[in-house]
Design a binder for this molecule. Structure first.
Ligand code: C2E
Ligand code: MG
Ligand code: MG
Ligand code: MG
Length: 284
């Protein structure tokens, strides 16, 4: 149920949630209040170097900490926020909280200069808002370099308003020094023909691809191997999402994926826990 507490325990289906809130309309009203009452917070999940196992960055993932109903999953409220035209609010709440946390860790000396913090920006946000302007403002406000930050976009950003999005991404990279990751790669309608045109630094392989390998080991493995080679030959950084055990880690590392993220290395966690984890690693 939604009342479960603890780290990353958010398993509420949309229908269940709507039932709990009596109606979709009430849920939407509650969500608007949540945006103003600081109930939308980031959890941070480590990204690690698969060779060394060390944390090299994080992904910020939005959580709705409802005062009575516990944690509500972004899988539920992000699509709703997109429909309501409010997803940019979520995206920039998470972006700013992440930049602030990063500043704090830099000041405390628990992250080095190569550390990267990533957050997700929705296609709708790119359509509605001057993303580079807004992020420039947030970085300056908190005194953080764009080089410490990466934006994750899904390939749906390349369907609508492609010129605006490409312009924004170039700005993020060229003017702010940020990097851009393509999220959920292979989960959607990735066209390899389009890939060459995109100004992307990092490909994040979706967990689905790993699942396909387990279901159909031989052919799945050929596809994964060749995609990773393609990715490496094109000069992209690679991150595998959803690594849940040592076998998966070893497999991906042997195939040449440089970075990974998943429950095996750490669940998404509150800022404080992540800071402790960083400090622990620092101590060795
Ligand atoms: P995503 O960006 O692809 O994030 C990865 C998702 O995989 C997260 O789900 C994460 O908790 C989950 N995950 C991490 N490790 C594992 C693992 O080992 N196994 C499995 N099965 N799953 C794992 P989460 O946090 O529920 O987020 C779901 C999606 O919601 C995200 O997918 C992203 O598309 C969206 N989202 C989250 N925060 C934001 C945000 O601030 N803005 C926007 N626009 N979208 C967001
Ligand atoms: Mg992501
Ligand atoms: Mg992803
Ligand atoms: Mg995914």
């Amino acid at each position: 149920s939604a009342k479960k507490s603890g780290e990353d325990s958010i398993v509420v289906a949309t229908e269940e949630l709507v039932r709990e809130f009596d109606s979709q309309k009430e849920l939407m009203e509650e969500f608007k209040r949540a945006l103003m009452k600081e109930e939308i917070v980031p959890y941070f999940q480590p990204k690690v170097d698969l060779k060394t196992g060390r944390i090299t960055g994080l992904e910020a993932l939005a959580r709705w900490k409802h005062r009575e109903r516990g944690f509500i999953s972004p899988g539920t409220f992000i699509p709703m926020a997109e429909e309501m035209g409010l997803v940019s609010k979520v995206d920039f709440i998470i972006a700013e909280a992440t930049i602030k946390a990063l500043k704090n860790w830099i000041t405390r000396g628990v992250v080095d200069k190569n550390f990267k913090a990533s957050f997700n920006i929705s296609v709708r946000t790119f359509e509605d808002i001057d993303v580079s302007e807004k992020l420039k403002f947030l970085l300056e406000k908190h005194g953080v370099s764009g080089e410490a930050v990466e934006v994750e976009v899904t390939e749906s950003v390349f369907i609508n308003k492609i010129n605006k999005v490409m312009g924004e991404l170039s700005c993020l990279k060229d003017e702010l020094g940020m990097t851009v990751a393509l999220d959920d790669f292979t989960a959607g309608h990735s066209s390899l023909r389009e890939l060459g045109k995109l100004s992307i630094d990092t490909l994040k392989f979706d967990r689905g691809l790993l699942m396909a390998i387990k279901e159909n080991a031989k052919r799945g493995r050929i596809i994964y191997s060749n995609l990773i080679n393609l990715c490496n030959d094109m000069g992209y950084n690679s991150v595998a999402e959803g690594i849940e055990d040592a076998w998966e880690r070893d497999f991906l590392r042997e195939e040449g994926v440089s970075h990974g993220q998943g429950y095996y290395f750490g669940r998404p966690m509150p800022e404080e826990s992540f800071g402790e984890r960083l400090a622990e690693e620092r101590r060795g």
